[in-house]
Design a protein around this ligand. Structure first.
Ligand code: URA
Ligand code: CA
Length: 433
């Protein structure tokens, strides 16, 4: 086989075989195939797309390019949840203990990553003492004991995807449905998931800005999962405004605790119940989604969810008493309100602009070397559809710098206020199975 022939084949819109795709991914990972040929191939895929069989083969070839985590020593069906990302998405912090509390194992591999806030691991490190530095054996033992543990990503998971994603980033080929879908699914499968719940976000703050695109991506991932024997479902949810009210690391831990106590923002609770029921259902803990939802609601009202969170934090060195006393979380020196310029109804909040504002306060990483300030962030006081009086706070900045006029201005500019009544956008658009 020669790479040049395979590039030509794809360029002309023909279907590659499984063996040909394996040849490309093996060759690229071992540096036999150079970046310039892989770039041409990615561009050919960008224009010519891939069939369902090609997508599954590409995913599996990337899974096999590195380590595959073996979770078979954990009892039960391991369901993983993945979100395509957004602003202030606190769902993992709520879902991990909540789903575990009804007996479904949550073996979470998570990252730090770049973004408006830290990743799940950074957020959890806002709890004094918490650490993901545990061995694979400890990880497995903890999931069997408490039904939940979080570990950092292994160094050699899907190296082909790492290499290809970096190449796509500089060759204008990121935005290709088959390449995005196989990239995401390869990481989930390599980290040992038996079944997968996908939260595909749509709207200004999301990777997929419009609903049609989000739906196409969701369908592509569900097809890959099912094709490879992993029961997969997707929920398409709104990210036109930030999810919940908190954007920041410690602020989101507090928001997650509030939500587990039944006192969190309605939209965050609703999305967690929806994704959580899918997880419980795929784990075959219940035979219907309705039963799954009832179990999760009971775990919130009975306090089982927060008890599981305490056990989980304690098992990984964290101080469990923060769950009963959130003032033990890191807090910022200054709390600065952003006032509304006029009275009226909030008609939009540009999620990614709020995200950048949180990052400017120090909540996220711009580069791998950036140091995160766990205490800072933004607390929204108003969401789309709410009424606000001129001068009333639309948001509060939690900052360790005193002068944050530029951040205040950004937050203010993210909000649009109109005189006529506005209805909030739907939270969940569609479920795809
Ligand atoms: N996220 C990924 O992990 N991969 C992509 O290709 C795009 C977004
Ligand atoms: Ca949030």
């Amino acid at each position: 086989m020669r790479m040049v022939d395979l590039i030509e084949k794809k360029r002309d819109g023909k279907e590659l075989t499984k063996a040909e795709i394996e040849f490309i991914i093996k060759g690229y990972t071992s540096e036999v195939i150079p970046d310039y040929q892989m770039s041409a191939f990615a561009m050919a895929v960008y224009f010519q797309n891939m069939s369902e069989n090609e997508r599954a083969a590409l995913t599996m070839a990337m899974v096999e390019s590195g380590d595959q985590i073996d979770l078979s020593a954990i009892e039960g069906i391991k369901v993983d949840k993945h979100s395509t990302g957004g602003v202030g998405d606190t769902t993992t912090l709520v879902l991990a203990p909540l789903v575990a509390s009804v007996g479904v194992p949550v073996a979470k591999m998570s990252g730090r990553g770049l973004g408006h806030t830290g990743g799940t691991i950074d957020k959890l490190e806002a709890v004094n003492g918490f650490s993901v530095e545990i061995s694979n054996q400890q990880f497995i033992d903890l999931v069997n004991k408490n039904k939940v543990a979080v570990v950092g990503q292994s160094g050699n998971l899907t190296p082909a995807d790492k290499k290809l994603y970096a190449l796509r980033d500089v060759t204008a080929t990121v935005n290709s449905i088959p390449l995005i879908a196989s990239s995401i699914m390869s990481k989930k499968i390599a980290s040992g998931a038996d079944a997968i719940v996908l939260d595909v976000k749509t709207g200004a703050g999301a990777f997929m800005k419009d609903l049609d695109q989000a739906e196409e991506l969701a369908k592509a991932m569900v097809d890959i999962g099912n094709n490879l024997g992993r029961n997969t479902i997707a929920v398409i949810s709104d990210m036109s405004q930030p999810l919940g009210l908190a954007i920041g690391n410690a602020l989101e831990v507090k928001e997650a605790i509030d939500t587990l106590n039944g006192k969190g923002p309605k939209d965050l609770l609703e999305l967690c119940l929806s994704l959580g029921s899918q997880m419980v259902f795929l784990a075959e803990r219940t035979s219907t989604l309705e039963e799954a939802r009832t179990l999760l609601e009971e775990a919130i009202s009975s306090g089982k969810g927060t008890e599981t969170l305490k056990a989980f934090l304690q098992a990984q060195g964290g101080d469990p008493s923060v769950v009963d006393d959130v003032t033990k979380l890191p807090t910022a020196r200054y709390q600065i309100d952003v006032p509304a310029k006029q009275s009226g109804y909030i008609s939009s909040i540009i999620a990614d602009k709020i995200g950048v504002a949180a990052m400017l306060l120090g909540a996220g990483r711009a580069t791998k070397e950036s140091v995160i300030d766990l205490a800072v962030g933004i607390e929204l006081k108003k969401k789309v559809g709410d009424y606000v009086e001129a001068g009333e706070a639309i948001a509060t900045l939690h900052s360790n710098q005193e002068n944050v006029d530029d951040v205040s201005k950004r937050v203010e500019e993210s909000y649009t206020i109109t005189s006529s009544k506005v209805t909030a956008p739907p939270l969940i658009y569609k479920e795809i199975r």
